[in-house]
Design a protein around this ligand. Structure first.
Ligand code: BGC
Length: 424
């Protein structure tokens, strides 16, 4: 019979393991650049860093895993000023739509997005649009990208295999506005563009939100011989990751088994579910909730514990007692597992950051800034510190050269920066 301690130890990651993961990640970058099979897709973005000369007003569409935002941005003198914005959740039961479900079509999704422009753009205005699309695409030009496959448990019909910017342009044409999509980028790329506007050391950017991914500037891209941002689609990395039976169970019950294995250990769409699967197992083994009068549906239903609840458990442990009606001992067990899963996520993410840094600068001699956006990085208690701590453990004093910078709204503003770089 396993003890709580033994189960916990499966989630602990040593410094040696982190270093190994960072080496494997670096290798995955390099074999992919050599054209060999790798879990990293290394998608070219067809864009480098902004020059600082960009200017004008642009429309940005930002389609992430949780929200859709459409907004105006003014760019000039290396400043990005946000104008009016319309934001909607991908799912809204009251308003009767669900843009995550396979019952919805791409036609409906893009009509909805285009409808958000009606209030922002007057019929006599002519604007260029940048589109941040936070999913894996096959990109063949700055305005040409085809959705390879949805992630983050989204399954809207009729978008896979298509160019989301074409679907958007068609939906815009059905309305009385003059907006022209001219760039489509990944959210990590947007985050890097925004970070690079004000920080010349920013060569890496990452999202740790509903989904996860990282991009970086390849100084001499094989396609052009010039600097180009590469969207690694790091979510898919799986070499040598310390999967537990809970990670495998979650993967098997997900919409895309075998895909996005790193993302399923670190991102907001999944962290709550990992904790739930552990608690279900602990209860079946008689290790927790023996004398609680809990409502079983809180535990039995898939996704009944979400990442917001994990953040709440960590910042205010009395919320654990309220959710599970359990005793002090059980509260401690839930808190310990929640904290451990969050720490493990930060350690894995940090290891991939180090792998990327070592690809760019093997001796870690240069100052580097990693721009990061996403709800987990921004809001999960202790997440930022745990990444810093992991980098320090792995690199010692060299960790002082690595800045982690929150880039708020990187994905939205980045779309406007991309459009401005194309229109320059
Ligand atoms: C997508 C990436 C995206 C990341 C963060 C992943 O699921 O495949 O393209 O950058 O989520 O939003």
């Amino acid at each position: 019979m396993k003890t709580i301690k033994e189960i916990m130890s499966q989630f602990e990651i040593t410094k040696e393991q982190m270093l190994q993961i960072s080496q494997d990640f670096k290798k995955a970058i390099e074999v992919s650049l050599d054209g060999k099979p790798s879990p990293l897709l290394m998608i070219p973005s067809y864009i480098g860093k902004p020059s600082g000369k960009e200017s004008g007003e642009y429309i940005a569409v930002d389609m992430g895993g949780t929200n859709i935002r459409v907004g105006k941005f003014q760019i000039g003198d290396c400043k990005i000023v946000k104008g009016p914005e319309s934001k909607a959740s991908l799912k809204n039961e009251e308003n009767g739509y669900d843009f995550t479900s396979s019952d919805t079509t791409g036609f409906e999704l893009y009509d909805f997005i285009a409808s958000k422009m009606d209030k922002l753009v007057s019929p006599d205005e002519e604007l260029y649009l940048g589109h941040t699309f936070s999913f894996a695409t096959e990109q063949t030009g700055i305005n040409d990208a085809v959705l390879l496959g949805w992630s983050k448990e989204i399954s809207v019909q009729g978008v896979e295999g298509k160019n989301p910017n074409h679907l958007l342009a068609e939906a815009i044409d059905r309305r009385n506005i003059k907006v022209k999509p001219c760039a489509i980028i990944n959210d990590t790329v947007g985050t890097l563009l925004v970070a690079a506007c004000t920080d010349m050391n920013a060569n890496i950017a990452s999202i740790v939100g509903t989904g996860h991914n990282t991009c970086y500037v390849e100084p001499k891209h094989p396609l052009t011989g010039k600097p180009m941002i590469i969207n690694m689609e790091a979510a898919n990395f799986d070499w040598g990751l310390p999967f537990t039976i809970y990670d495998n169970r979650l993967d098997q019950n997900s919409k895309k088994p075998g895909k996005g294995r790193l993302e399923k250990m670190v991102s907001g769409a999944y962290l709550g579910e990992v904790v739930r699967l552990i608690l279900v197992d602990l209860k079946q083994r008689g290790l927790i909730f023996g004398d609680s009068h809990m409502d079983e549906s809180k535990l039995v239903k898939k996704d009944s514990i979400d990442t917001k609840m994990i953040a709440e458990f960590i910042s205010n442990k009395s919320s654990i007692e309220q959710v599970f009606s359990c005793n002090e001992e059980d509260v401690k067990i839930v808190l310990d597992f929640a904290s451990l899963i969050v720490k493990r996520a930060a350690q894995l993410v940090a290891s991939t950051y180090l792998g990327t840094l070592m690809h760019l600068d093997p001796e870690l001699m240069k100052e580097q800034t990693i721009g990061i956006d996403g709800s987990i990085y921004e809001k999960m208690p202790g997440f930022h510190d745990a990444i810093k701590q992991a980098l320090k453990e792995m690199t010692g004093a060299k960790a002082d050269k690595i800045q982690l910078k929150l880039v708020k709204d990187g994905s939205g503003a980045g779309a406007a920066v991309a459009a401005s770089m194309i229109r320059i």
